[in-house]
Design a protein around this ligand. Structure first.
Ligand code: BT5
Length: 330
């Protein structure tokens, strides 16, 4: 039942014009009455379907509720999201993509959930992912890169999200190295890049993106309210989550293709355009120490470049940056 319905939607989706009941019945191997029954079920679920005599059926619009079908509808990408899975609730989309990667799923496989009950941040931190309020999504990537270059993909993803927000609103997104997207100094999005590598080759990468979209201020956990926000809180209106996901997937594909053909240089420039606190003094914490430094920018390979107060410059691959009393701390 479920798979016939999926096939039916795919057929309607593929067909730009109307498709006749007879044609559908032939292709699906079911009777015309069964086709008609399925159509009624779809309508009940919020699909708007036009039925024209002697021409057949056509989907006019999809329901608001996100599903695999509605996400695929109009997603004109080449490789991104060719395999796409949507769940109402998961522990973490990261774990599902790890499993899919092990099953050999292709580059560009996407997993999206309405809600995560064990959303993951970096270093076993928690990522709050309330139902239907944000974008909780992980992408499987199989890049042809040495493992050392994997962090560039985090910067690429942050650039994609910053560009998307800048192009579609009056908001002024900034990227806090390496993985936070801030608006008005508050975090609206975080990226988690997990890699499976063997010596000098990457087997696969699971790139997780979390973006707070339609939470009102009181829907952001009190504990993090001083440093976290959503697009709605900052911009004053709801966003269409489904359209935004599709937009991210398209822009991600385009940006990734540029990265593959031209290297990191173009992405680096875009990243720096959104770079947070570049040229300003911040505090850097590594596993070993905490020190004051001026942020200079990022290196051609994506590492952070910072200058100590004594003038010595350093290149950092992993660190936390923070600033000010009561300011942002991860
Ligand atoms: C991150 O970690 O920023 C990476 C977040 C990645 C989430 C995505 S959602 C899809 C995929 N599936 C997953 O399970 N994860 C990925 P980090 O830099 O460690 O930041 C975590 C810290 O941010 C927490 O310790 C909180 O202080 C804060 N935080 C938690 N939830 C937040 C939220 N929704 N918005 C803003 N800040 C949050």
């Amino acid at each position: 039942m479920e798979s016939t319905r999926k096939e039916l939607i795919e057929l309607l989706n593929k067909n730009k014009g109307h498709i006749s009941g007879q044609e559908l019945s032939n292709q699906l191997g079911i009777s015309r009455t069964a086709v008609w029954k399925h159509m009624n079920e779809l309508k009940k679920d919020g699909y708007e379907i036009e039925a024209v005599q002697r021409k057949g059926y056509k989907i006019l619009s999809y329901p608001d509720k996100i599903s695999e079908n509605t996400l695929r509808w109009g997603l004109d990408t080449k490789w991104m999201g060719n395999e796409l899975y949507h769940y109402d609730q998961v522990e973490s989309t990261q774990e599902i993509v790890h499993q899919l990667a092990k099953q050999g799923k292709p580059h560009g496989t996407v997993v999206i959930a309405d809600e995560q009950v064990k959303g993951k941040g970096r270093m076993a931190r928690n990522w709050d992912s309330p139902k239907g309020k944000g974008i909780w999504m992980s992408i499987l990537l199989r890049p042809n890169l040495p493992p050392l270059q994997a962090p560039q993909l985090t910067l690429l993803a942050a650039t994609v999200l910053a560009k998307l927000i800048a192009e579609n609103s009056d908001l002024n997104p900034q990227i806090k190295w390496p993985n936070d997207l801030l608006i008005n100094h508050k975090k609206v999005s975080g990226i988690l890049t997990e890699m499976q590598a063997e010596q000098d080759t990457i087997q696969y990468i699971v790139l997780g993106m979390g973006m707070n979209v339609n939470q009102g201020e009181d829907e952001i956990p009190e504990k993090i309210r001083y440093k976290a926000s959503s697009l709605k809180v900052e911009g004053g209106h709801d966003w269409n989550i489904q359209a935004t996901i599709q937009h991210i997937l398209r822009l991600f594909e385009r940006t990734y293709d540029v990265f593959e053909s031209q290297g990191f240089e173009t992405i680096k420039k875009e990243w720096e355009h959104f770079g947070y606190k570049i040229g300003e003094e911040i505090t850097i914490s590594t596993m070993k120490e905490t020190w004051k430094a001026t942020l200079i920018g990022i290196e051609p390979d994506g590492a952070l470049r910072a200058r100590r107060r004594n003038g010595r410059e350093e290149k950092l691959y992993s660190a936390e940056i923070h600033w000010g009393e009561g300011g942002y701390h991860a």
